[in-house]
Write a protein that binds this ligand. Sequence first.
Ligand SMILES: Nc1ncnc2c1ncn2[C@@H]1O[C@H](COP(=O)(O)OP(=O)(O)OP(=O)(O)O)[C@@H](O)[C@H]1O
Length: 359
Amino acid sequence: MTDEFFDDGSMLVSPDATDADLAAETSVRPKRLEEFIAQHRVREQLQVLLQGAVRRGSPPDHILLSGPPGLGKTTLAMIVAAELGTGLRMTSGPAIERSGDLAAILTGLGPGDVLFIDEIHRIAKPAEELLYSAMEDFRVDVIVGKGPGATAIPLDVEPFTLVGATTRAGLLTGPMRDRFGFVAHLDFYEPDALRHILHRSARILGVDVSDDGAVEIAGRSRGTPRIANRLLRRVRDYAEVRGDGRVTLDAAQAALKVYDVDELGLDRLDRAVLRALVTSFGGGPVGLSTLAVAVGEQPDTVEEVCEPFLVRAGLLARTPRGRMATPAAWRHLGLQPPDSAFGAAQSRIDLPDIFGTDP
Ligand SMILES: Nc1ncnc2c1ncn2[C@@H]1O[C@H](COP(=O)(O)OP(=O)(O)OP(=O)(O)O)[C@@H](O)[C@H]1O
């Protein structure tokens, strides 16, 4: 691993939560719907759903939240329980290995409780089937014994609301998806929404942040609140050690230079991938494993850590013939894209498959 990785293997601009994030996020996590910034459509729909349920005095439909990591799915699950005034039980798909694990959780729920299952697409098949009857009929059949002597003991479950979160909605089975009455997708945040989130977090953390400082950090946060809050903590450290403690434009720029996060939010590995594509392979197309060798990384790291953002930022294209740098990538590295590079290669490929194939 290259040195932009921290000790725990995470990266400064990775959307995945580190232990440090989880500890720091507790204080800045919005507690109620009105504190949840942006995502207006989802917020309004949830408000109607939850107010209707409170008025009727019965749990709302089950809720599925999809979207990339760090955009607020866990936060929204906590908010749902807070708005309903109910208990919250949290678990995750990979933690539920046997259906018995899930049966124990379900039968332990209080009336109206919210059960949050993160990464619900990773739940084991037998547990998933148990979940169907719990979601639909508030009942589970627990199998006791093995073989011909096995018997199913039906157990009642208190009416509850399942909030499922997934980063891969496409991996959910049809029967599972159909059992959610409310499905919402969280989108990446605009820089201005991140600016608001940064001001709010700074207020809670007691950090003095100027508006241009917040704008600068927001622009480098890859549309992700978790990254914005993490960069704020790093810039605050820098400002306290090297400056007067204020998070200003200058402090943000100087700190993020030290941490190697550029104006678009790319870190050193992202730029290494683009530079290898452009300088060693003339802009591509080049296969993933060749590209990974060129930057001294594992193909998985390049594919899962760097590429999602590079593709979204319009800097890299995944084509059936390999990875390609877009003209914007050349320009981001301060280079002039050759006239023919991207257009010519693109005209030779099947455009509808451009993001779908992984040669
Ligand atoms: N709309 C928002 N307004 C304010 N802060 C937000 C918002 N969305 C997310 N955050 C902040 O970002 C952090 C990360 O959000 P959260 O843990 O809910 O993401 P997630 O989508 O559940 O991620 P993962 O999929 O990795 O579990 C939260 O602690 C919270 O402080």
